[in-house]
Ligand binder design. Structure first.
Ligand code: FMN
Length: 179
């Protein structure tokens, strides 16, 4: 499979990035993996104009790097969403990319599986509840199969997940992804 990973943290060498690297290491044994660190792309938030519904080629009025990401999404069989928890949500950079999929271009996507990697500083039991709900509702809507989650609590500092079981868990999830 072609696995596309959206890595949502703007913090380089941070926890999301380390978890993504570990997942990629496991998944690369059987699959082609591409990581899109969304902070490296200029993607403006959706303006809700719906012009893409009638425009030639469903082009967006905003000329930014989202066109590069659409091309990657068209070729993906699986999508991995990886993000730090920001106020119980995904990072704004990642949310902007997801919202820009409100475009008929998505009818040409053939993503059949997804996975979720989240990391937050708190140790609260409910830390991931809102993101998990949103993730599962989107999967239901698009008939995408959930391939699993890595949910890491208590990691605040840059690189805090180093040497923890969380990296092993992420690598194991990557390795467990079936065809
Ligand atoms: C804007 C912002 C909001 C955050 N909100 C939360 C939060 O709601 N809950 C939490 O547990 N951690 C929160 N954190 C902490 C980060 O999730 C945590 O430091 C995480 O390890 C960052 O991942 P990274 O190293 O990949 O950037 C927040 C951090 C920032 C910068």
């Amino acid at each position: 499979m072609n696995i596309l990973i959206f890595s949502g943290s703007p913090r380089k060498n941070g926890n999301t990035e380390l978890l993504v690297e570990a997942f990629s290491k496991g998944a690369s044994e059987k699959h082609h993996v591409e990581v899109v660190s969304v902070h490296d792309y200029t993607v403006h938030p959706c303006m809700g104009c719906n012009a893409c519904f009638t425009s030639e080629g469903n082009t967006c009025v905003q000329k930014d790097d989202m066109s590069l990401i659409y091309d990657k999404l068209v070729g993906a069989d699986m999508l991995v969403i990886a993000s730090p928890v920001y106020f119980y949500g995904l990072s704004a950079q990642l949310k902007a990319v997801i919202d820009r999929c409100h475009n008929p271009i998505r009818d040409s996507f053939h993503i059949k599986k997804a996975a979720l990697i989240l990391v937050g500083a708190a140790t609260l039991p409910e830390l991931f509840d809102s993101i998990l709900t949103q993730y599962q509702l989107c999967l239901n809507f698009f008939h995408i199969e959930d391939a699993g989650h890595v949910l890491v609590r208590g990691a605040k500092e840059q690189g805090g997940v180093r040497g923890t079981k969380a990296l092993e868990e992420a690598e194991a999830l990557g390795r467990a992804i079936a065809q």
